[in-house]
Design a protein around this ligand. Sequence first.
Ligand code: G1P
Length: 294
Amino acid sequence: MSKRIRKAVFPVAGLGTRFLPATKAVPKEMLTVVDRPVLQHVVDEAREAGIEHFIFVTGRNKGVIEDHFDIAYELEDTLKKRGKIKEYDALIADLPPAGAASFTRQQAPLGLGHAVWCAREIVGDEPFAVLLPDMVTLGNGPKKSRCLAQAVEAYEAHGGNVIAVEEVPPEETHQYGIVSVGKDFGAAFEITGMVEKPPRGTAPSNLMISGRYILQPEIFDILAKGEKGAGGEIQLTDSMVTLSGSQAFHGVRFDGKTYDTGSKLGFLAANLAFGLTRPDIADGLKAEIAKLLG
Ligand code: G1P
């Protein structure tokens, strides 16, 4: 039986330059989708998939992320004194248990592969998940399970390494990591190749790596070499290509929708899509959208 996935790495050191000036003083991961920070949605998804230990790879000016996942004594005390018990309970329910969140820093922006490598001591010798914090997901189907839960299911069925993928229009493939599809098992398929940001017209498929991974710890030995790839950065995709020489990789087509909140359009679309799932505001939001569209 495959080892259970207990730990997840959240690379949150990015500068958020695509979202200036909003991200000048506020980390991009703390911008809100409805009333929860983007990063909280991603942590919710990890918890739903059974993750017990949350590892944040942060950077300078990201201290507020640590505060967000800690108790806020004065606020909590004031809420209790004012009888705002629902709000208090909601804050407490979001908190990782004591000792279940770890923070380490990526000292220089050397790429996603380097950020993941910075978590090696905290992950140790066990398979783990990686969740890219820009990407927020909403599941389809009766269970509405989000992307990492679906990746964990595929991992339990096939073991090895698992990468979530989603279709993108062919004219967008150059912006992402793209996989090649081998034997199909229905919910999952064998990955026979991966390429980071292929030049236009050269992508092996239109299935992009959508930011949810389950990786075996041997990836760290490959990342340790620090080899640079696309854009002069240490790419996670390149080290996965190397690891795929000795270990199986499966792709899972996410049954749902991923929103890239790092782009302005994706951020706005995520707010609308998540807003429409919220019983307290869905009807009002629909009415506002209808008014705007005339
Ligand atoms: C990263 C990954 C890429 C993936 C993408 C998803 O790229 O390297 O493989 O498709 O995230 O958003 P980045 O967006 O950091 O350039």
